[in-house]
Design a protein around this ligand. Structure first.
Ligand SMILES: C[S@@+](CC[C@H](N)C(=O)[O-])C[C@H]1O[C@@H](n2cnc3c(N)ncnc32)[C@H](O)[C@@H]1O
Length: 268
């Protein structure tokens, strides 16, 4: 007994794009195959599997966890519940880092809080001259990052530890997308499937940024750069922290949505 794909998609209670992605995943076919042949018969077992995934998506689980991967900077990164789902705004951080790295001959780069490895792996693949190190406190996240680096063919050295504790500089550039949501932020309810340690930056959201900005100067070469992603309302606080830590050339860049998202600063 089989059911028509179009009927399943229509009854899923999801945006068509998401429903199609899930059904294509279950059937192990490209999404275009469902567009080209909407009457395609779906076997009962596959329809049941699709119904389970659609239910989990309706309950708020990220599509990327259900599919097992997420696109970042044009590449598929495997993800699971141990890592943050890479966000499009983090591509701004990567673009700024690459612009700096491409002006350097053989730069040493560190990605702090690497999660899925999306930033470190992208930097390594986009800038062959760079030596890329990455760290995370979570061994489960590091397993995902290592697997992504291996599958995508990136040379990244991974370390487990609290921010800079497990790595030795000096670096030409340190980049980080740290947890920056405040503990009581109501947006956390919608993010409940992702690891709290990847999201929450203490009571005011700035705890991780404070720790990184404090520790970074001793691991940066003179003239080296620190680039941090932060929340939509944190740019002024981050600039003040950077000034207080002795950084210069402090600049905030907006993401594609026009939100102040990444602040760059140069070590003295
Ligand atoms: C916002 S996620 C960013 C993940 C990835 N870099 C990205 O942009 O998608 C923050 C990461 O920081 C890690 N983290 C949290 N506290 C840490 C700490 N004290 N030291 C090192 N990493 C930490 C989390 O495990 C998480 O993977």
């Amino acid at each position: 007994m089989a059911i028509e794909a179009a009927a399943l998609l229509a009854a899923a209670g999801l945006p068509r794009r998401e429903a199609r992605a899930l059904l294509a995943h279950v059937l192990a076919v490209p999404r275009e195959a469902l567009i080209a042949d909407p009457q395609r018969p779906v076997p009962t077992a596959a329809a049941a599997r699709f119904a389970q995934l659609a239910q989990r998506r309706r309950a708020g689980e990220p599509l990327a966890y259900l599919l097992g991967y997420c696109e970042f900077y044009g590449r598929p990164f495997a993800v699971n519940a141990a890592v943050l789902v890479p966000r499009p705004e983090t591509e701004t951080l990567v673009q700024l880092a690459l612009a700096r790295l491409r002006q350097m001959a053989a730069p040493w780069v560190l990605d702090l809080g690497t999660g899925s490895g999306c930033v470190a792996v992208t930097l390594a693949l986009e800038c062959a001259a760079a030596t890329v190190l990455a760290s995370d406190v979570s061994s489960a996240a590091l397993a995902v990052a290592r697997a992504n680096a291996h599958r995508l063919g990136a040379q990244v050295a991974f370390f487990q530890g609290d921010w800079l504790a497990a790595v030795r500089g000096p670096f030409d550039l340190i980049v980080s997308n740290p947890p920056y949501v405040a503990a009581g932020d109501p947006h956390l309810a919608a993010l409940r499937f992702e690891p709290a340690a990847a999201l929450i930056g203490g009571d005011d959201g700035l705890a991780a940024l404070r720790a990184i900005i404090k520790a970074a100067p001793s691991s940066l070469r003179s003239g080296g750069w620190l680039l941090v992603e932060h929340g939509y309302d944190q740019a002024a606080a981050v600039r003040a922290l950077l000034r207080g830590a002795g950084f210069g050339a402090i600049t905030t860049t907006r993401d594609a949505a026009g939100i102040e998202r990444v602040t760059s600063a140069q070590a003295g």
